[in-house]
Design a protein around this ligand. Sequence first.
Ligand SMILES: Nc1ncnc2c1ncn2[C@@H]1O[C@H](COP(=O)(O)OP(=O)(O)OP(=O)(O)O)[C@@H](O)[C@H]1O
Ligand SMILES: [Mg+2]
Length: 288
Amino acid sequence: MPIVFEAVSHIYQPGTPFEWKALEDVSLTIPDGEFWGIIGPTGSGKSTLIQHMNGLLRPTSGRVLVDGLDLSDRKTDLRKVRQRVGLVFQYPEHQLFGETIFEDVAFGPRNMQLDAEEVERRVMTALERVGLPKEMKDRSPFGLSGGQARRVALAGVLAMEPRVLILDEPTAGLDPQGRREILNLVGRFPEMGMTVVLVSHSMDDVAEYADKVLVMHRGRVHMLGTPRELFARRAELEAIGLGVPAAVVLADKLRERGWPLPPDVVTMDQAVAAIKAVLVGRKEAEGL
Ligand SMILES: Nc1ncnc2c1ncn2[C@@H]1O[C@H](COP(=O)(O)OP(=O)(O)OP(=O)(O)O)[C@@H](O)[C@H]1O
Ligand SMILES: [Mg+2]
């Protein structure tokens, strides 16, 4: 069942001098099994938005529905919702605390009152899914590399077997290889039937992985579309201080020089294929 926002507004610290309208009249539906990227300038409401998806924040007005359950309804069991909708915060490794990796990853499933056998099964499966060798389970989660620590944190959320996984800039502060590893991992979750919502500052990552991209600006839904639809609107994105993927910049430069590239190039793989097609076409023309 989808995540539905109906005219959601959120005001922080209402009635104080710090009152701030962080979300305004947001309506959207995230269908099951899709990969959504959320982009937007700093302070545009991305983190506020995703915290509404598992009830960590409540709308000031409007409604959020998950699996048809109204998260504002006092009768809704938010613990159940949080098991279905897992949220990985920015720098999640700051929340690691267990004496061992096993203990850390087991925290969520234990809270779900699962028996020891099931907890163990889930921890081992989650470690496997994030690509950590099972021998590591008895190690301390401290002193791991940045990428490894982030995988442990991710495993902790996966161990609850959520159907929706929300990640707030999961690659921030990692080196290029660490970024790639985490993204490749996350990119495979929709194939396993999971819905993924990824907040990112990287247009390249969003172009490569997302089915749909949501652009937030000043607390509102500014644009929504597939990466191809969205990154074709470069001027509008640049007008609010956002960029476009490197492949779009490259393709635009080549078009200026007369290369007949198709309009919908957004990833480097697509750029390479389009450039090759033009070169092959030229060769054939010369051969005639
Ligand atoms: N607890 C709070 N009290 C008051 N204002 C807040 C609070 N938390 C966030 N805000 C404000 O709400 C707005 C949206 O914040 P939010 O963290 O959702 O933005 P963001 O798009 O995630 O930004 P970033 O890209 O920097 O992470 C910002 O102007 C922020 O200052
Ligand atoms: Mg944020």
